[in-house]
Design a protein around this ligand. Structure first.
Ligand SMILES: NC(=O)c1ccc[n+]([C@@H]2O[C@H](COP(=O)([O-])OP(=O)(O)OC[C@H]3O[C@@H](n4cnc5c(N)ncnc54)[C@H](OP(=O)(O)O)[C@@H]3O)[C@@H](O)[C@H]2O)c1
Length: 254
């Protein structure tokens, strides 16, 4: 059910990291609600294109390449996609947990790529969407993490980048934003390739590895579909944006 003032055919959604995991589930569920989706990842999704030819399009873009992101945003693709929309959703979902390990093990270029992907790109997309000359309502969702709020050994880059998204949302909320809302939302522990990457890290680099191994073995990971369902319902609800920082595990059932 939609609580924005727009009907689903006038809502459009930009989903970064739509080719796998949580982003793929978000894109599929938005499309099932007849919300047009523009996906942005390094890869493309032929199956979504085949299933939803009318409402889905995607573009290959390396979001860790800040110059490429700036060039893409300066082109007209975003403006063209949102033209005529009553409401535009931006899911800043693409992200990476690597580099995993203590400071001295972190390769400088890997640090730069993680910060570019996890922080620079979401902030660049957010400001580009806000700057568009449109009357459309806008809702920006940063996909955050429990790691933004609790520190984990071995995850200093990931924790710092996700905390940056939380604090960005808090500060943006203080601006005069007109019909723009923002929220930084932790999605829970979701059974995706990112969790496989976490489990493949050595105990030395990530001392809590065993805990994540246990969560998987005990079927305690949320499916991408269940996490996406909660996220989409929340983002379309009246309550979205009233709190800048939330966790889907703490939202009232919709
Ligand atoms: N899984 C969890 O338990 C969990 C928990 C808390 C928060 N999160 C957050 O949820 C979000 C989604 O995570 P996930 O678990 O679904 O991850 P995932 O399975 O690893 O998928 C990551 C997605 O991001 C895209 N991506 C990665 N690097 C990219 C790049 N350089 N440029 C463009 N796209 C890129 C990937 O597509 P391509 O490879 O095609 O580029 C893929 O579609 C992330 O922000 C993550 O931090 C996840």
């Amino acid at each position: 059910m939609t609580h924005t003032s727009s009907s689903s055919d006038s809502i459009r959604a930009i989903v970064t990291g739509h080719t796998r995991g949580l982003g793929a589930a978000l894109a599929a569920q938005l499309l099932q609600q007849e919300i047009a989706v523009l996906g942005l990842s390094r890869g493309r999704d032929a199956s979504l294109a085949a299933r939803f030819p009318q409402h889905f399009r995607d573009t290959a873009l390396d979001l860790a390449d800040t110059a490429a992101v700036a060039t893409w945003l300066a082109g007209g693709a975003l403006r063209e996609f949102v033209a005529g929309a009553g409401c535009v959703l931006l899911f800043n979902n693409a992200g990476a947990v690597e580099p995993i390990g203590p400071l001295a093990t972190q390769d400088a270029s890997a640090v730069a790529r993680a910060v570019s992907l996890n922080v620079a790109a979401p902030l660049m997309f957010a400001s580009a969407l806000a700057a568009l000359d449109t009357d459309a309502e806008r809702r920006i969702v940063h996909i955050s993490s429990g790691a933004a709020r609790n520190a984990y050994a071995g995850w200093s880059v990931y924790c710092a980048t996700k905390a940056a998204l939380d604090h960005h949302a808090r500060a943006v909320t203080l601006d005069a934003n007109g019909r723009l809302r923002i929220g930084s939302v932790a999605p829970g522990v979701v059974d995706t390739d990112m969790q496989a990457t976490i489990r493949s890290a050595s105990e030395e680099r990530f001392p809590q590895r065993e805990r994540f191994e246990q969560l998987k073995q005990n079927n305690q990971l949320t499916s991408p579909e269940a996490a996406a369902r909660k996220l989409v319902a929340y983002v379309l609800s009246d309550g979205f944006g009233t709190q800048p920082v939330t966790d889907v595990r703490e939202l009232p059932a919709s």
